[in-house]
Design a protein around this ligand. Structure first.
Ligand SMILES: Nc1ncnc2c1ncn2[C@@H]1O[C@H](COP(=O)(O)OP(=O)(O)O)[C@@H](O)[C@H]1O
Ligand SMILES: [Mg+2]
Length: 260
């Protein structure tokens, strides 16, 4: 393995996904380096969420290969991806309405951490403590953690999901439009969580329509259009106009050999 390969956290080669006759993703060659924060931008229907579902085991690609942390991977489920250190905040949140914050933070993980059978109720205290910890590190303020998720605002729910991901992510975190439904303050909070992840060296893929946010936060911007990657540009070497031109197709593609 070459040096450049060693620094690569995620790489996809010719990744594709078809739904019946719809080519949602075609020939996607994507790369993410260690510690790098990147954005994926593109119009609605460009294939961004589809891409996320292929690399996180939610769906199986129709073609192509995925390399994660130096190994070829074929995740059969999101749990497999998570076990490899990938945390994802999906566009459609997976939070359980009738559970409180600690239970949601540990959703699907309870067994691994607290396999005590009939005594597992004792661990509620431990889960609450960890939840408080997780929210403290991310700076998210939720008045009563025992409140059921159902009774929380959209912003609070989203912050719980992001805290959950941020506190468990070890190798990669993916956020699909994390602030699309948030107010100004909540958006700022999420952006702070992202900066903390950067300082912890955890790579990030951020899907966002908010170009101000993208330019504030990431090192590199990947543009998707109609299921294809049409550009990957360093933040410092581009501007909003170029990105918008790529998104809309006014500008065909940059780095032609890779993105023909
Ligand atoms: N489960 C599905 N079945 C059929 N078509 C789908 C499915 N999921 C996504 N698509 C189609 O794939 C394309 C890409 O969608 P998506 O990945 O959600 O785009 P984005 O996240 O960039 O808005 C769209 O044309 C969408 O309608
Ligand atoms: Mg989407």
């Amino acid at each position: 393995m070459s040096d450049t390969q060693k620094d690569m956290i995620l790489k996809t080669v010719g990744l594709a996904k078809r739904y019946g006759g719809v080519h949602a993703l075609e020939d996607a060659n994507f790369e993410l380096k260690a510690g790098e924060h990147v954005a994926i931008v593109g119009d609605n229907g460009a294939g961004k969420s589809t891409f996320v579902r292929q690399i996180t085991g939610v769906e199986q690609p129709s073609a192509g290969e995925i390399y994660f942390d130096g190994e070829k991977v074929e995740f059969k489920s999101p749990i497999e991806a998570r076990d490899c250190g990938i945390e994802t905040v999906f566009q459609n949140l997976a939070l359980a309405d009738d559970l409180d914050v600690p239970s949601n933070l540990f959703l699907g993980r309870e067994e691994r951490y607290f396999n005590l059978g009939p005594f597992s109720i004792l661990n509620e205290r431990k889960m609450l403590a960890h939840a408080q910890d997780a929210l403290r590190t991310t700076g998210v303020k939720i008045p009563d953690l025992r409140n059921k998720i159902r009774n929380m605002s959209g912003g609070q729910r989203q912050c719980v999901a992001i805290s959950r991901a941020a506190s468990f992510a070890s190798k990669l975190i993916i956020m699909d439009e994390p602030t699309a439904a948030l107010g100004v303050q909540e958006t700022a909070q999420v952006e702070n969580i992202i900066r903390t992840l950067k300082s912890r060296g955890i790579p990030l893929i951020l899907i966002s329509h908010n170009l101000r946010q993208v330019f504030d936060l990431v090192d590199r911007i990947w543009v998707f259009r109609r299921g294809r990657i049409v550009g990957a540009v360093d933040r410092s070497k581009t501007d909003g106009n170029e990105i918008v031109s790529l998104i809309t197709g006014v500008k065909a593609a940059v780095d032609a050999p890779d993105f023909a």
